[in-house]
Write a protein that binds this ligand. Structure first.
Ligand code: SIN
Length: 554
């Protein structure tokens, strides 16, 4: 049984605001800044303000900024990468509003790399037929965006609570979101479990890569927003489409936790994937070779690893020379050298690892979830723009564009809704927390059985093993399973892992980043639609299939 509510003990403190934004990556920061004109804003974040995935983004942000590019071409590439499951209206919003949204990001202080003529320098990544990826600091795009947004936040009169794990959504009798419960760990802030009343809640909690044992995601990416939304009864969609990044620095068998990313932009600038005999195995597999959509490259790498019995493949950028590595990819160069690899003189050992959730909390075009008053943007959300496989560098853009849309929608909604005078009811915890000692078992199960290559037997075993891992110990909860950050966080990981495994088992086809060895083909007749997951009253997850993707999204 998945818990319906985490929060216990009862809140020791309360606070009031108009809009609470949870998360401080690009989506959360933009939402907070743009919502501020509509009322008081409280930004809650799990660690330090810049600890989320945005800071780690290397490649960049995609938008049709070049004179020879158009939103229509960006739309076509995005739909192709999404393999028939993108929501075309959402993609149109993304590509049409993207260029101006990027210009507003520049107006806020973001400094993208420029060509010698002073134009924004644009690169290519997998699946893009044009140079349309703006980058900063060579390969430190997310860090620069984060810096600029945090500087803007300082002047914006937004209240901030760091080191706060959000627990549950508060709702009024009509089911509308009216705030959150949270646990604050930082010094100089209200401590312990608290409750914040708000007129709207914006989830921008980022990704869920830590559900797997090796990921590009930072430690904070434990799927807290998806788990909270499930507990609140929201629709969550497309969870089976977890994207694995093709090129993560191989640190040896059994490497765990956050792994160094080798940006797709390295291939965009001309590096080649080779096997241990020096053969370029992507040539001939796809017209774009190393720059095929990400799922195609991952499959190419995994297939070649199998064929040759190798534990990893190699990325060769020796021909760039030292100056290019230093100027264009300083972060990657430093990370490789830190691990004893010098890309100037040797190919980089690479392997795929969990990277991005294409699914999440289902929203409409203004970021509204199925729970009134609860909005979602960024990686936690499923706007439908990614379909079965996200196009590279569309995620920063999605966070930016849909955070702005949420702010626009909230302006109208808050103006029309009365300020509630009652503090929302706070209910006791429901269900049993998962023991933090099983964290590694959850991650291992997901990587081994719900990873890049999937089959029914493994997926069914994963569902069964995850259920077993949540069973309370017959002797009662261990010290660790009592309410506290470790137990709450691992319960979130477990909830999300269980939902992903069930969705992956249900979808009996291969599409995008969901690769079923037992159903190797795309099956439009049976599976041209979306799987939606909900948490029922008894704490059980249900996954429902609805054919809804319009035909023209092929
Ligand atoms: C990368 O730099 O390869 C990551 C970009 C992305 O995931 O969109």
């Amino acid at each position: 049984m998945i818990p319906r509510l985490l929060a216990a003990p009862a809140p020791g403190w309360t606070a009031d605001t108009d809009i609470v934004v949870i998360g401080s990556g690009i989506a959360g920061l933009v939402a907070a800044l743009r919502c501020r004109p509509h009322g008081r804003v409280l930004l809650v974040t799990k660690a330090l303000l810049d600890a989320g995935s945005t800071r780690w983004a290397q490649g960049g942000i995609a938008a049709a900024l070049a004179p020879d590019d158009t939103p229509a071409e960006h739309l076509a590439d995005t739909l192709t990468a999404g393999v028939g499951l993108c929501d075309r209206d959402a993609v149109r919003v993304l590509v049409d509003e993207g260029p101006d949204a990027v210009r507003r990001l520049i107006a806020l202080g973001t400094e993208f790399d420029r060509s010698s003529a002073g134009d924004i320098a644009l690169t290519r990544e997998g699946g893009h037929h044009r140079r349309r990826i703006a980058h900063a600091g060579g390969d430190a795009t997310g860090a620069e965006i984060s810096r600029a947004l945090l500087a803007a936040l300082k002047d914006a009169d937004v209240e901030v609570i760091e080191h706060a794990l959000v627990l549950d959504l508060l709702r009024d009798a009509g089911g509308r979101a009216t705030g959150i419960t949270l646990h604050v760990m930082g010094e100089g802030q209200p401590g312990g479990v608290g409750a914040v009343r708000a007129r709207a809640v914006v989830l921008a909690t980022g990704g869920l890569g830590q559900v797997f044992s090796a990921t590009t995601n930072p430690e904070v990416s434990t799927g807290d927003g998806v788990a909270l939304a499930l507990r609140a009864g929201a629709d969550v969609a497309d969870l089976e489409f977890v994207q694995f990044h093709p090129t993560v620095l191989w640190l040896g068998e059994g490497a765990r936790g956050q792994q160094p990313l080798i940006s797709e932009a390295v291939r965009g600038e001309g590096a080649h994937l080779i096997d241990h005999a020096g053969g370029r195995f992507m040539a001939g597999r796809h017209e774009l070779a190393e720059l095929a959509p990400r799922d195609v490259v991952v499959k190419g790498i995994m297939t070649r690893m199998r064929e040759t019995g190798a534990s990893h493949m190699l990325l060769d950028g020796r021909h760039f020379g030292a100056r290019m590595w230093e100027r264009r990819f300083p972060t990657i160069l430093a990370a490789c050298r830190h691990h004893g690899i010098d890309p100037v003189n040797e190919p980089i050992p690479v392997v795929p690892a969990a990277h991005h959730a294409s699914g999440g909390v289902r929203t409409d075009l203004s970021g509204r979830t199925s729970v009134p008053g609860l909005f979602a943007c960024g990686e936690v959300a499923c706007t439908g723009v990614h379909g079965a496989n996200r196009l590279a560098s569309n995620s920063l853009l999605e966070g930016l564009v849909f955070a702005e849309r949420i702010a626009a929608a909230l302006g109208d909604e808050l103006a029309a809704s009365p300020v509630p005078d009652e503090f929302p009811p706070i209910h006791a915890a429901e269900g049993t927390l998962v023991d933090p000692s099983v964290r590694g078992d959850i991650q291992w199960t997901m990587t081994a059985r719900v990873g890049v290559l999937r089959r029914a037997g493994d997926l069914a075993d994963a569902v069964r093993d995850l259920d077993r891992l949540a069973e309370p110990h017959p002797a009662g909860p261990s010290e660790g399973a009592r309410p506290g950050v470790a137990a709450w966080e691992v319960t979130n990981l477990h909830t999300v892992a269980s939902a992903i495994a069930r969705a992956a088992l249900r979808r009996e086809e291969t599409r995008g980043s969901h690769w079923r060895e037992d159903f190797p083909d795309r099956d439009d007749a049976a599976w041209r639609g979306r799987l939606t997951t909900r948490l029922g009253g008894a704490g059980t997850l249900t996954t429902t299939y609805r054919p809804e993707a319009p035909e023209e999204n092929a």
